[in-house]
Design a protein around this ligand. Structure first.
Ligand code: SF4
Ligand code: SF4
Length: 222
C-alpha cells in the first residue's frame, strides 16, 4: 500500500484559505488506513478547517466528500457536480491521486493535504513499514522475500556490511539487519546457495531517469 501522513494544518490552511469555496476530497483506499482519510477522516479535516476559518474570521464555505480511489479515472470523473461550484480542492489522496484530480479538472487549483511517504506494509496497528522501492525488477526470490533495497540501510545486494551485530543494523539500532533476516530465511529453506551469485549494482534506469513509468496490459485496454 501507499503510506502517507497528513500535513500540518497550518500548511494546509496557508494554501487553502486563499480560496472561498473548498471541497475537501478524501480517498477510501490505501491512505484511508494510514492517514485516516476515509469518510470519517475527511469529515474531521473539513470540521477542523471550518473551525480554523471561524477562528480567523474568514468566510469560507467547505464541503466534503470521499471517493473510493482518487488515483482511478473512473471514480474521479464522477466528481464533476461536486467540483463545478468550488474554487479549490483540498485533496486527501496520495501524490498519484492529487495529480489525477488536477489533470481531470485543470481549471480547479488543488491543494495536497498529505505527504506521500512510501510503499509499505501495515506491520501493526498504527505502524507502517517501508518494504519496497518499486525498482522495476523484483529480486525477492533471491533474498528470501526480504528486500535489501528497501530494508538494508546501505541497500547492499551481496551480503551484510561489517557492522551487523546481534541481528541489529549498525546504522539504525531500532531496525533488524535485513541481511541477517535474509540469511536466516535462506538457511531455513536450505537455499543459501542463492547468495553465491554476485548481484551487480541495481539498474535504476528501470525506476528513474526516463520519465514516468508505464505498465500496459493490452488484455484490459478499452
Ligand atoms: S526488489 Fe525491487 S520490486 Fe522487489 S521488493 Fe525490492 S524494491 Fe520492490
Ligand atoms: S547492518 Fe545490516 S541492514 Fe544495516 S546496513 Fe549493514 S547489512 Fe544493511
Amino acid at each position: 500500500m501507499i503510506v502517507a501522513e497528513q500535513k500540518p494544518i497550518e500548511e494546509i490552511t496557508a494554501n487553502a484559505f486563499n480560496y472561498r469555496r473548498l471541497l475537501v476530497l478524501g480517498c477510501n483506499s490505501c491512505v484511508a488506513e494510514c492517514a485516516a482519510v476515509g469518510e470519517k477522516g475527511t469529515g474531521q479535516l473539513a470540521s477542523l478547517l471550518r473551525m480554523s476559518a471561524k477562528m480567523k474570521n474568514m468566510d469560507i464555505d467547505i464541503e466534503e466528500k470521499a471517493i473510493e480511489r482518487q488515483c482511478v479515472r473512473d471514480f474521479v470523473v464522477l466528481l464533476e457536480d461536486d467540483i463545478s461550484d468550488r474554487d479549490a480542492v483540498v485533496s486527501l489522496g496520495c501524490g498519484a491521486g492529487v495529480q489525477l484530480v488536477a489533470e481531470i479538472y485543470p481549471e480547479i487549483p488543488i491543494i495536497p493535504a498529505l505527504n506521500t511517504e512510501f510503499l509499505g506494509e501495515t506491520q501493526d496497528q498504527g505502524l507502517w513499514l517501508e518494504n519496497c522501492l518499486g525498482c522495476g525488477d523484483c529480486m525477492l526470490f533471491y533474498f528470501g522475500g526480504i528486500c535489501p533495497l528497501a530494508r538494508c540501510s546501505k541497500q547492499l545486494l551481496n551480503g551484510p556490511c561489517g557492522g551487523s551485530q546481534n541481528g541489529v543494523c549498525e546504522v539504525n539500532p531500532d531496525i533488524p539487519c535485513a541481511w541477517q533476516m535474509i540469511i536466516d530465511k535462506l538457511s531455513k529453506w536450505g537455499a543459501l546457495d542463492r547468495l553465491k551469485d554476485i548481484y551487480p549494482p541495481k539498474d535504476w534506469s528501470k525506476k528513474q531517469g526516463i520519465g514516468p513509468r508505464k505498465v500496459i496490459r493490452e488484455d484490459q485496454m478499452r
